[in-house]
Design a protein around this ligand. Structure first.
Ligand SMILES: [Zn+2]
Ligand SMILES: [Zn+2]
Length: 311
């Protein structure tokens, strides 16, 4: 069962010759969730079409109304139309995004063959805003210059598997197995009750991914994302620019790592690097973060990360 993240953009406000602004694609059991949509995202996603099948994208989550997180949405909506999309596209984001979409669609959406459905979220509150049979999504309030939230994706419990030995031991029929997998206890022909938990197991524990876009250091964030498998946290600057980070509503690599450590996450991915740093310099971000939280990686565009390996 897939639960993986592909990074499409890793830069901050000013795109560089090597990096696009923020966009992440989460694959949950072969359905795609796009988180933020910086300028040029549709170009990146077309390039990545071996891994990213745009027909599987139905839900887009926007963290805040800064251009480097949302300008790509307008190009993407047009691209999806040109690719023949018919299904509704759901877009989640702060309330003002609804006004922007209304205006945009007034001019450019008239002949679009699919519907855009906007869902306003409250960026200041931790709320469950989406669920389906595989995953739930919650908002994570962040501290930035304008209302901003991250998104926390939690996989639901996978379906139960039956112990192979139990099938032989109790002579279970196909119907018995279906009922037991649904959570029922088994009653033997002599009336003995065998609890479901003695006959079944979960093939793996649910996985989780937290996306924390633009934010200053916030311990409240660490509380909300305790124990997630994979955390993406912005790291716009190195710690020598801690004051600038604070003034502009951003974090340093060291601060991102401190949040990862406090939240006891499995792995940390950092990105949203300021354009003042070129690619060869990014190793310094990794080094700084790893001094606090060793299991840190630089978000690499085009790379797919397993949220957690399962056997
Ligand atoms: Zn940004
Ligand atoms: Zn921002």
């Amino acid at each position: 069962m897939t639960f993986s993240l592909t990074v499409s953009g890793s830069s901050s406000a000013l795109p560089t010759k090597d990096r696009f602004p923020t966009a992440h694609v989460l694959n949950v059991h072969e359905r795609l969730f796009l988180v933020d949509c910086g300028e040029g995202t549709q170009i990146q996603l077309r390039r990545l079409n071996e891994t990213i099948k745009l027909s599987r994208l139905d839900n887009v989550f926007i963290s805040h109304l800064h251009g480097d997180h949302v300008f790509g949405l307008f190009g993407l909506m047009s691209t999806l139309d040109l690719l023949g999309r018919k299904n509704d596209l759901n877009i989640y984001g702060p309330p003002l995004l609804g006004n922007v979409l209304d205006d945009h669609l007034k001019y450019f959406g008239e002949n679009m063959a699919y519907k855009v459905i906007f869902h306003a979220v409250d960026p200041n509150d931790n709320q469950k805003i989406y669920e389906d049979k595989n995953v739930t999504v919650e908002t994570i309030p962040l501290k930035h210059r304008i209302p901003t939230c991250g998104y926390l994706f939690r996989e639901r419990m996978p379906p139960l598997n039956i112990n192979k030995e139990a099938i032989g031991q109790y002579g279970l029929s196909t119907e018995d197995i279906v009922r037991i997998k649904d959570g029922e206890d088994y009653i033997t022909p002599t009336g003995e009750i065998v609890p479901c938990r003695a006959l079944t197991y979960y093939p793996y524990m649910p996985r989780s991914y937290a996306f924390c876009s633009d934010t200053t250091y916030s311990e409240q964030v660490a509380e909300l994302i305790q124990g997630v498998d994979l955390l993406y946290h912005e790291a716009t600057f190195l710690d020598e620019m801690r004051e600038t980070a604070k003034q502009t509503g951003h974090s340093t690599a060291k601060q991102a790592a401190e949040i990862a450590k406090k939240a006891d996450v499995g792995r940390l991915l950092i990105g949203h690097f300021s354009s003042r740093y070129d690619d060869s310099f990014l190793v310094n971000f990794e080094r700084e973060a790893r001094s606090i939280f060793p299991n840190t990686e630089i978000a690499e565009e085009g790379k797919t990360y397993q949220v957690r390996e399962i056997n």
